[in-house]
Design a protein around this ligand. Structure first.
Ligand SMILES: Nc1ncnc2c1ncn2[C@@H]1O[C@H](COP(=O)(O)OP(=O)(O)OP(=O)(O)O)[C@@H](O)[C@H]1O
Length: 316
């Protein structure tokens, strides 16, 4: 668990971060969201002490990070940035193995781990192991960056606009891949983004900052349906709820079929993997109030307006 207590950063006369109190829960992804210049990156970099706080403290599993050597601290915290910063003269495998090598881990075990990680981020090891960073697309390089950050198996991962430089298609793909990875690995992730959709899509929780202060901390649902201020409402925009739906499969919102004999099902069916916003579109277009939800063509549940307003309990 990472805890920020009265954290503050002063640059000359101006306060970039002020009296920030936040807990990043273990195993969850928290998105640090907010307009440009609100202090997101400064906050992130105070966690691994790339920036030293002017006041307050950061606790990592209860320990004040000032008590740790910055290098030792950073070895236990993966860090992914937008300009991946791969070493151009090293190949992909060597780049991913940087930290395990530094830690003196067994070579053969590291090579196996590199292949496993390349697989995990969706790069075929045989194709990519020996490529140089200059031979990769932006999306591929970013995947290598993620694999490298995971290589030492750090419990904590800090990510600064990790998908920001990618075209929308590559960004979507990598966000999906990363969401799957995070479901499996359950790292404690803090991700800086100014992209509202990304925060709502990937964040278990969202910390929305405004001018160096925390405006609201909560689940995406909290921010959308229970905004604490006009700033939150305006920053997310009126269509926030719709945009959140776009990032989630309709299967997450359905009411499962009761066991026993099948009841009469709505005539129009959609697959559970369809995004919930499109399912809403189908409801509107067909002028009906419920849809059947299928998996591989088999009915598994039904979904209606009310279900799409608030996520059901069936989240995977
Ligand atoms: N090294 C520095 N010296 C002086 N001021 C700085 C420095 N780093 C950041 N700032 C200022 O602190 C404030 C917060 O910057 P920060 O980079 O944390 O914002 P951000 O929310 O990450 O913004 P963006 O989304 O644009 O990256 C800004 O006003 C910025 O100009």
């Amino acid at each position: 668990m990472i805890e920020l207590q009265h954290l503050e950063k002063r640059f000359g006369e101006s306060l970039a971060v002020q009296d920030l109190n936040l807990i990043f829960p273990d195993g969850e992804l928290t998105a640090l969201l907010g307009p440009s210049g609100c202090g997101k990156t400064t906050t992130l970099r105070m966690i691994n002490r790339l920036i030293e706080p002017s006041g307050g403290q950061v606790l990592l599993n209860g320990q004040d990070t000032r008590a740790l050597k910055p290098e030792a601290l950073r070895r236990g915290i993966g860090y992914v940035i937008q300009q991946v910063g791969l070493f151009p003269h090293l190949n992909v495998a060597q780049n991913v193995a940087t930290v395990p090598d530094l830690l003196g881990r067994d070579r053969r075990a590291t090579a196996a781990r590199v292949d496993e990680l390349l697989d995990l981020v969706g790069l075929d090891p045989d194709t990519f192991r020996h490529k140089r960073p200059g031979e990769l697309s932006g999306g591929q390089a970013q995947r290598v960056g993620v694999a490298r950050a995971l290589a030492a198996d750090p419990p904590v991962l800090l990510m600064d606009e990790p998908f920001g430089a990618l075209d929308p298609l590559a960004r979507d793909r990598l966000q999906d891949a990363f969401r799957d990875i995070q479901r499996r690995l359950r790292k404690t992730v803090v991700m800086v983004t100014h992209d509202i959709d990304e925060a709502l899509r990937l964040g278990d929780r969202v910390a929305l900052m405004n001018a160096g202060r925390l405006e609201q901390f909560g689940t995406p649902d909290d921010l959308i349906h229970r905004p604490v201020s006009d700033f939150v409402r305006q920053f997310l925009g009126e269509d926030a709820a719709l945009r959140q739906l776009a990032g989630q499969p309709v299967g997450q919102f359905m009411a499962p079929l009761p066991s026993g004999p099948s009841p009469a099902l709505p005539a129009v069916a959609v697959e559970a993997t369809l995004n919930a916003r499109s399912a809403l579109g189908v409801l509107l277009r067909e002028g009906t109030d419920r849809l059947t939800v299928t998996r591989d063509g088999q009915p598994v549940g039904t979904v209606g307006w009310q279900d799409l307003r608030s996520p059901g309990t069936e989240r995977p």
